[in-house]
Design a protein around this ligand. Structure first.
Ligand code: HEC
Ligand code: HEC
Length: 350
């Protein structure tokens, strides 16, 4: 922390004057008081001279000089303080002759710790994500990484919450291939659904929301659905597709399935359309380094019921495909009032 010149000078002068005052006090109390030898002079009756101060009626004070060993220690502490202040920062803005700083030291230690960890995770570098996802030891490390870095948003079971996608289902905003999952984690994602309330007006929002509800088989007034379809084709299809199946390049969700990020009920859908959504997944490459991000990508892959699942094989047949818009195992990302446990596939925890 840099302080102003005045504050810095004040601290320097104040500190040095204090140390000098201590040195003077040492000299003053240790000085020869009565005899040339520096020893306390015995009073005439053979006892040690007293200062004449009396407390509580009978508590008196001898006038002895300080013991030499104690004085020696004090002088050492004064010298230590001066040497310390010359080497390390302490005197105002003076950084010390070695230029040491806490921040530097911290950064060096972090760098060393990171290097050690990177070395321990070196094996990750030359392995493809698919192999890592099936490596039980690697996945148990990854599980801890997930708990520490991802569970606050995606939940400790990775099933997400409202606004935070479920990572254990087979529905993906951005796509499920290994490179895409890696990219989601490494570089983050930013899903922006524009606010269209003012463009549509309240009636328009109701109509298009009805159409959205109808896309996944829900019920709504027929005339609203028909009017909503017109709005949809004009305002929404560019991102969500003519058929409403979404666009992984934009992170625009499939609106025809049973998976909802921001709620499936009519009011939630109306709120999404009226006010838009601005949803962010933070980038983690810088924060965690490549090896950890790879492990996490493999871990996310291993969670789904897709082909990379640990001990996979048995999952192969039941892997539901969203490609035809009909998930064999309807899953819920999350929505109000619905327990995540309502999902049918067993969570594939490692
Ligand atoms: C601050 C909250 C937050 C944290 C921490 C976080 N995520 Fe996310 N993540 C999100 C949000 C929000 C999205 C959805 C982004 C969107 O809607 O465009 C997301 C999306 C994703 C996706 C893309 C899902 C899809 O359907 O395509 C993956 C994969 C993912 N996160 C994995 C992780 C992993 C692994 C970690 C831990 C390193 C992590 N996330 C940490 C909030 C978070
Ligand atoms: C610029 C592209 C874009 C346009 C235009 C757009 N959307 Fe979206 N929409 C998105 C994105 C991206 C998301 C995901 C937001 C997120 O990641 O949280 C989304 C989310 C949604 C959701 C929430 C889905 C869920 O799973 O909870 C609904 C509903 C929706 N949009 C409906 C519409 C309708 C209806 C229109 C037209 C009136 C429309 N969108 C226009 C990009 C768009």
């Amino acid at each position: 922390m840099i302080m102003t010149k005045g504050a810095s000078l004040f601290i320097i002068v104040f500190t040095l004057v204090n140390i000098l005052a201590c040195a003077w006090l040492m000299w003053w109390t240790a000085r020869d008081r009565s005899t040339p030898t520096g020893e306390a002079a015995p009073a005439a009756d053979g006892t040690v001279e007293k200062t004449g101060h009396v407390w509580d009626g009978d508590l008196e004070e001898y006038n002895n000089p300080l013991p030499r060993w104690w004085l020696g220690l004090f002088i050492i502490t004064i010298l230590f303080a001066l040497v310390y202040l010359a080497i390390f920062p302490g005197l105002g803005n003076f950084t010390g002759i070695r230029g040491w700083s806490q921040v530097d030291q911290y950064e060096k230690q972090v760098a060393i710790a990171r290097e050690k960890l990177e070395a321990r995770l070196a094996f990750v570098k030359d392995q493809p994500l698919e192999a890592l996802a099936r490596d039980a030891a690697a996945m148990s490390t990854a599980k801890n990484l997930f708990a520490a870095n991802c569970s606050t948003c995606h939940g400790s079971d990775a099933r997400g919450a409202r606004g935070f996608p479920n990572l254990t289902d087979d529905d993906w905003l951005y796509g499920s291939d290994p490179d895409t999952i890696y990219a989601s984690i490494a570089h983050g994602r930013h899903g922006i659904m524009p606010a269209l309330g003012s463009a549509l007006g309240e009636a328009g929002v109701n109509e298009v929301a009805s159409y959205v509800v109808s896309l996944s088989g829900g019920k709504a007034p027929e005339d609203w659905i028909a009017a909503g379809k017109q709005h949809f084709e004009m305002l929404c299809a560019a991102c969500h597709g003519m058929d409403g199946r979404g666009n992984t390049a934009l992170g625009a969700p499939n609106l025809t399935d049973d998976v909802w990020l921001h709620g499936r009920d009519f009011d939630s859908i109306r709120a999404t359309i009226t006010h838009g959504r601005d949803n962010q997944m933070p980038a983690h490459l810088e924060l965690l380094g490549e090896a950890k991000v790879k492990l996490l990508a493999a871990y996310v892959m291993s969670l789904g019921s897709e082909r990379w699942a640990l001990g996979s094989g048995q999952n192969e047949a039941s892997a539901s495909s969203d490609a035809d818009g009909e998930a064999t195992t309807p899953t819920l990302r999350s929505s109000s009032g619905e327990q995540p446990s309502a999902q049918s596939p067993e969570p594939n925890t490692t």
